[in-house]
Write a protein that binds this ligand. Sequence first.
Ligand code: AMP
Length: 416
Amino acid sequence: MRVLLLGGGGREHALALGLVEDPAVEALLAAPGNPGIAGVAELRQVDPADPAAVAGLAVEVGADLVVIGPEAPLVAGVADAVRAKGVPVFGPSAAAARLEGSKTFAKEIMTAAGVPTARAYTCTDAESVGRALDEFGTPYVVKNDGLAAGKGVVVTDDRDVALRHAQECGRVVIEEYLSGPEVSLFVVTDGEAALPLLPAQDFKRAGDGDAGPNTGGMGAYAPLPWAPPGLVDEVLADVVHPTLAEMRRRGTPFAGLLYVGLALTAAGPRVIEFNARFGDPETQVVLALLETPLGGLLHAAATGTLAAHPPLRWRDGAAVTVVVAAEGYPATPRTGDVITGADHPGVIHAGTARRAADGALLSAGGRVLCGTATGPDLTAARDAAYALVRGIELAGSHHRTDIAATAIDGRITVPD
Ligand code: AMP
């Protein structure tokens, strides 16, 4: 199988590592890729969000499967254009990707499907914003209605901060605050059959102890020792299957990766958000533990044959990833600094580039690298991930020092 992978972040580097491990994948091409992905794939230059250009490239390289990593190409209709050329593609249509592209649409689907989620209002003017804030009270949750690279959400007790974010976004979803530990559950689906991956937890805030602004994600671990035993089955029955059924009923089946972001509240699991693609950095830990060949799994989802796919197999133990972020991330990340110490197995490239003159590795994004490791348990995996991070030198960089700490110390409790 010849596979074309779209994207160039940490998620795509993790996907690339999984794909080349699959004996059925005889060639991996990536566009645009990054210096880490270049170690395992042939890179091509294309604008990943240009449907015609990507479909043309898929045909040119004789791809048997196109895997779309990021959300922007999905929302732009890249999966539709590739499918129209008769090439199997892992990633939903533009119509189905609205589950991520519009928070209002996602709420509509959840309401129609009876999926448990936070009560919410969509607001476009200061008066309705004020009313919604007052109805739900603190902490205020204000979300940009459109794509915002994981940074469109403000959770705050300060009414002025909430009002300002709403004003800057224009159209926002304001919702009730959900209290409880968060879980990311990835589900591979062909629109009908659904195979859940291991639940993971990510760390959205920039600083230790969940201080500081929201980011795209500063680290992750899996599995979750504190998760209730029936959690995945409950989420499949109450969230995933009703959502897939509602999308089919509307004539826009969702095939690809349904990312369910949940809060485990006292009233049960509640959906915080849907995404239409693998999450970053949870993908790094989930795929590190997946033993089932990744190419075959994604191909089955892309060709509507997932019901016949064997059950997933997982490695024993645990995985932890720690993001090394550039100075100034998330507000104003500095790029162009030289990186050393990234040349170790387990160091995933998220925002890097090669200097043309001498091939030196440079920072090229807010999240630069992820130290990713497995081990017999969470403590061992965490220690190995931090050993990788300590070996990386990047001027001004920062990382959280508490990834997986509360889980290891048994400090996470699910309210009942
Ligand atoms: P989202 O982009 O919707 O995943 O939101 C980013 C982060 O904001 C989530 O991971 C949560 O930590 C937080 N968040 C979003 N919505 C809520 C909510 N209704 N209640 C509590 N926290 C929330």
